[in-house]
Ligand binder design. Structure first.
Ligand SMILES: [Fe+2]
Ligand SMILES: [Fe+2]
Length: 271
């Protein structure tokens, strides 16, 4: 089973890449199942229901989110209507949405968990305590367990990776929007990367127009962030090869596809 997990999709550039090219990418890479982090898909802040519906016409099977999940006010009202959408486990129990979902593919039950880190993140419960409490329950419901760990701190993500090495099929980081070069299969068979990276505009500060972010750093005055729309854009993901017998990973590859002029002229680089 080959699983494609896509890093934070940012604004119109990210959406356009998925709408125009994900069919093709999925075929080229021979992926059987696709997970995408869409926490920044609408103007960099959460996702509107309209954008969500559009993107569900692409081959995305499960949507993960992060700290921006409720940035669009409507999300709290529609999230429970989309069983394929998960948000971090760290929210209080009474908050709408869920953190874990199971989808069947090729006779296997694929479980996807979204969990947030605590270090340098908005106020969140401990991912370690929450996982101690719920991991057996999640693991028992699926043959293949994929975890999107949405966090800032490299060390926290690596520590979590080792803690659940041999339990999860894959633990992949999201949130920093910068692809790390530490993709590997851990000693007990879990595919791991600290961050998948971003699907969005390259000449930006993690998706936002550079002059706006610079102004914020220079003056400390809050700014209204705008997604950079200019090319080049990039598609960042990982392709994970899972052993169907054991449910553990055989390989994890980084994907970095760059779009110079139009979304139909993309080229794979650095792989
Ligand atoms: Fe993000
Ligand atoms: Fe985030």
């Amino acid at each position: 089973m080959k699983i494609l997990m896509i890093g934070d999709v940012v604004g119109r550039p990210g959406r356009k890449i998925l709408l125009n090219d994900l069919d093709n990418i999925k075929k080229e890479l021979g992926a059987d199942f696709v997970v995408a982090n869409l926490e920044n898909a609408s103007a960099g802040r959460g996702i509107t229901e309209n954008n969500l519906k559009q993107l569900l016409n692409t081959p995305i099977d499960v949507i993960t989110m992060g700290n921006h999940v409720f940035n669009q006010k409507e999300t709290i009202n529609y999230i429970d209507n989309y069983p394929m959408m998960v948000r971090p486990l760290n929210y209080p129990d009474h908050v709408p949405g869920k953190a874990f979902t199971v989808v069947e593919r090729n006779g296997k039950k694929i479980g996807v968990l979204n969990i947030s880190g605590q270090t340098f993140m908005p106020d969140m419960d401990s991912p370690f305590d929450l996982s101690e409490k719920y991991m057996d329950e999640f693991k028992n419901q699926c043959d293949i367990l994929l975890i999107d760990f949405h966090g800032e701190a490299t060390s926290e993500k690596i520590a979590y990776g080792f803690k659940y090495d041999g339990v999860a099929s894959a633990i992949v980081g999201t949130h920093t929007h910068v692809q790390t070069a530490d993709n590997r299969v851990l000693p007990n068979g879990t595919a791991y990367i600290t961050d998948i990276g971003m699907t969005g505009p390259i000449n930006s500060v993690i998706g936002t127009k550079t002059d706006i972010v610079l102004e914020k750093f220079r003056t400390k005055i809050p700014q209204r962030f705008e997604v950079e729309l200019a090319y080049p854009w990039k598609f960042n993901a990982v392709l994970i090869d899972i052993d169907d017998e054991t449910g553990m990973a055989k390989d994890i590859k980084r994907i970095n596809k760059v779009y110079d002029k139009t979304v139909l002229e993309g080229e794979y680089r650095n792989e």
